[in-house]
Write a protein that binds this ligand. Structure first.
Ligand code: BGC
Length: 247
């Protein structure tokens, strides 16, 4: 049995998932447990759901928790795709009091970036890594030699008159019924803007649609190598567990 364990919870638009992480390998020990995200996804309702997820496991230690929003010093500062009641919430304080233990709160894409950098698609890569999660919105993480610059929020950069995530999140493809070809054209426009500003050495794409990366990554017209995330639906949990051990 592994000794070096952590625990992460990932709050997403549709589900709240958690699990015990083997910090030596970045793999989950046993199954992840998932409950539906309460609607409306208010801070109080989500805190109750997080407690339920953790209660499913025999875990007494500290936990890391992701939210799909900007987090500075434990306080949530934005709410593009979650209940507006999160803005200004001291999430660190809320979760610590609900869960009675030390808690670290961070942005969901930042957590995924940390996990991919250490255990996944960015492992052993030496250069500037830009991780982009394409889902309901676009999340971003910018990492250089293991150091993350938190809350980059590149999904909200304006690209040719429109917010990047309103152009190229996978939810746009689903909502409009676009083909991969059509959607890849929009993703390319957005990625080319990121290239101009950041000059990444590697782009890692995450989110559910990265499972079908072979259908659209080859269609992208960009300079930078683009590869799919490896941890897929566990990256947020693993990165949250990493963050809980760094505090
Ligand atoms: C939010 C980010 C989040 C991303 C992915 C964006 O709309 O502003 O904080 O990382 O969605 O969930």
């Amino acid at each position: 049995m592994a000794e070096n364990l952590g625990f992460g919870v990932d709050i997403g638009g549709s589900g709240i998932k958690g699990g015990v992480v083997d910090m030596d390998t970045g793999e989950l020990i046993g199954e992840r447990y998932k409950v539906p995200t309460p609607q409306p996804s208010t801070p109080g309702a989500c805190a109750g759901a997080v407690r339920e997820v953790i209660g499913h496991f025999d875990w007494e230690g500290p936990v890391g928790i992701t939210v799909p929003a900007v987090v500075t010093k434990g306080t949530v500062r934005s709410a593009a795709n979650i209940d507006a009641g999160w803005i200004g919430t001291d999430a660190s304080e809320l979760f610590t009091s609900t869960l009675n233990r030390p808690v670290t709160v961070l942005n969901d894409a930042d957590a995924a970036g940390l996990a991919e950098d250490r255990y996944g698609a960015g492992r052993d890569f030496d250069g500037v890594i830009l991780l982009l999660t394409l889902g309901t919105g676009i999340g971003s993480a910018l990492i250089y030699r293991g150091t993350l610059v938190p809350n980059t929020e590149f999904g909200h950069i304006e690209v040719e008159g429109k917010e990047a995530e309103h152009r190229a999140a996978s939810s746009v493809k689903d909502r409009r019924g676009w083909s991969y070809e059509k959607w890849a054209g929009q993703v390319s426009r957005v990625f080319r803007e990121y290239e101009k500003l950041l000059w990444p050495d590697l782009i890692i794409v995450g989110g559910g649609v990265s499972r079908k990366a072979d259908k659209w990554v080859p269609l992208l017209e960009v300079k930078t190598p683009v590869i799919p995330a490896k941890l897929l639906n566990t990256a947020g949990i693993v990165g949250a567990a990493m963050a809980s051990q760094r505090d």
